[in-house]
Design a protein around this ligand. Structure first.
Ligand code: FES
Length: 107
């Protein structure tokens, strides 16, 4: 994968452990999460009914959707709580200096 596919979306100082934020990469809505110092990026749109996952809550290593309580594993995007049954896309994330960068290719 070419390095140019990574886009800077935040500074590391913008996102402390346990926090998440909504960012966009191109036209794609992305939920950027700092999970105990590891950065993860998921498509922000819940696969159930289009809620914004960045309005939800981090519970351990899962993210809970704000609308119906469905949840996904942050590391893999796998559905872990009903009514979510379809995985959400997860993207590549890297830190370069103090910049957090996301590439839309699935990891
Ligand atoms: S929209 Fe996310 S669980 Fe329903």
């Amino acid at each position: 994968m070419a390095d140019s596919s990574f886009v800077t979306v935040a500074k590391t100082a913008d996102l402390q452990p346990g926090e998440m934020m909504y960012v966009e990469v191109g036209d794609e809505p992305v939920c950027l999460i700092n999970l105990d110092g590891e950065y993860h990026a998921l498509n922000d749109t819940c696969t159930h009914q289009e809620a914004s996952l960045s309005d939800g809550e981090i519970q351990g290593d899962e993210i809970e959707c704000p609308l119906h309580g469905g949840a996904f594993a942050i590391r893999t995007g796998a559905p872990v709580a009903f009514p979510v049954v379809t995985p959400v896309e997860v993207y590549r994330v890297r830190v370069v200096g103090d910049e957090v960068q996301v590439a839309l290719l699935e990891r």
